[in-house]
Structures are given as C-alpha cells and as structure tokens.
Design a protein around this ligand. Sequence first.
Ligand SMILES: NC(=O)c1ccc[n+]([C@@H]2O[C@H](COP(=O)([O-])OP(=O)(O)OC[C@H]3O[C@@H](n4cnc5c(N)ncnc54)[C@H](O)[C@@H]3O)[C@@H](O)[C@H]2O)c1
Length: 259
Amino acid sequence: MTDRLKGKVAIVTGAGSGIGRRTAELFAAEGAKVACADVVGEAANETAKAIGATAIGCRVDVSVPGDVEQMVADAFAKFGAVDVLYANAGVGGKGNAMVMSLEEWNRMIAINLTGVWLSCKYALPHMVKQGRGSLILQSSVRGLVGIPALPHYSAAKAGVIGLTRQIAVEYGPKGVRCNAIAPGTIMTPLVEGVWRAGGGIVGAGGSFEEMKARAAAPHPLGRIGTTDDCANLALFLASDESAWITGVTVPLDGGLTAG
Ligand SMILES: NC(=O)c1ccc[n+]([C@@H]2O[C@H](COP(=O)([O-])OP(=O)(O)OC[C@H]3O[C@@H](n4cnc5c(N)ncnc54)[C@H](O)[C@@H]3O)[C@@H](O)[C@H]2O)c1
C-alpha cells in the first residue's frame, strides 16, 4: 500500500465482479474510501465486506436515474465527498446488425452508454462544487476499431469516448478531469459468458484454454489482459499522478489497436 488515493472518496460501478471488483479493492488498498455499486446487491456488499470499514455496498441499476442518484447520495452521506467515479458497469452480448432485436439494442445502450452518462450526471455536481474530481469511463477497443459481432456494444463504447471528450472540455475549467479506458480482452466472467454463448470473435468451439489462446493471438504482447492490468490504469487516472491528463481514451490492449 502506497496511499496513492489517500483522502479520496471513490465510487466504482460494476464492483460486484471482474474489473470493478478488483479496482474497488485496489482503490481501497491505496487509501480511498469506496462505494462499491452493482445491480447485484449481494455482490456489491460482498466486495465492500471484503474491503472492510472503508467501503460500503450499494445496489444500483445504472440505467435507472433514481438508483444512480441514490448511489451518489449514499456515497456522499457516508464519506462526505465524491472525488473519483469509475463508471465501469456494463454487460456483454451477442448478435450482428442484421439479426439483433431492437430490445437487445436498447438494453445495451441503456446500460453501457446511458448508464455511464447517468453516473456522471449525478457525480458531477459534487465534483464541480468541490472544484476537483476524476471521472473514469469504461469504453472498449470495440469503441476504437471495428471488430466482428456486437454492433450495439461497439456503438455504446464509441459513444462513451465521445462523452469523455465532451465532459473533459466542458468541466475541465471547473477542475474535473474525464478520461476513458478502452480494454482489449480482459479475463472476467463477462468475457467467459460471451465466449460460451458463441458471441465473441473467438467462436465457441474447443476447450476453454483453446478459446483463451485464440483470444490472445491478435494481441501483440501475446496474452489477454488481467483485472490487475485494468485496475492499475484506473488507479493512475484516479490519482493526482494524472493531474494534467483529461479527455483521452487509453487503449489497454497489449498492442491490439496499434496495428
Ligand atoms: N472483460 C473485458 O474483456 C472487457 C473489455 C472491454 C471492456 N470491458 C468493460 O469493462 C466493464 C466491466 O466488465 P467485466 O469484464 O469486469 O464484467 P463482469 O461481468 O465481470 O462485471 C460487470 C459487473 O457489472 C454489473 N452490472 C451489469 N449491469 C449493471 C447495471 N445495469 N447496473 C449496475 N451494475 C451492472 C454486473 O452485475 C457485474 O458485477 C464493462 O463495462 C465491460 O463492457 C470489459
């Protein structure tokens, strides 16, 4: 522990699993007080319990404005500030532009794009009032480059990149930074679910280890990412070490989008 977030209050959405859970743990280990939020309330509470007294669990559906407003209010009531928001909650999916239903499209946009905006909407007033804050929005390499399958996911994640730039420009003068993370494949339950449903680019065939090897192949660094890779970048963007960085989307992809 090096106290890189000492004195800061952070909200992490999607903290019940995968990237969000690991990041909430790391933020807390670096001195932050953390509101761990997830649509699965028990999972949010589990993460908070594992962290201890410096965390609370919140049940939130990020696509529901009242839930998100309450999440931010709870974090502020408990810890007295909102310094960092990691708008990480999201879902995977499957399908292509010809066969996907409108319901699938709308659900994806509601969670992976509207949910990110709603999280910013309710965190921003606190940050503007404080004159400081770091928003970290979860995008994907699918928001940067075209990759087969999941058109709704790609559209939502590209929307997050546009939102990041817009908020950075509008709220930079008020002391609020806004950056996005665009991960390549990170091994989490979300990715495993997409693979097992045959929804990603790796295809459903073969053993899990074979799917993993196929997923690693296009990454020049020769492996897929870990939740630690993502949490470490989120930590940097949350901390004052990135004080002069705003409006950027950082590919976290082992070189996937460099080619
Ligand atoms: N894993 C990857 O390869 C990868 C790559 C690029 C981007 N991402 C993004 O990273 C984020 C986290 O993904 P992960 O891989 O850790 O997945 P995950 O499934 O392990 O975790 C996602 C969490 O978000 C929660 N969640 C889902 N819908 C929600 C809602 N409406 N409100 C609140 N919480 C909700 C889930 O319950 C879950 O706990 C997502 O936005 C995902 O799109 C992941």
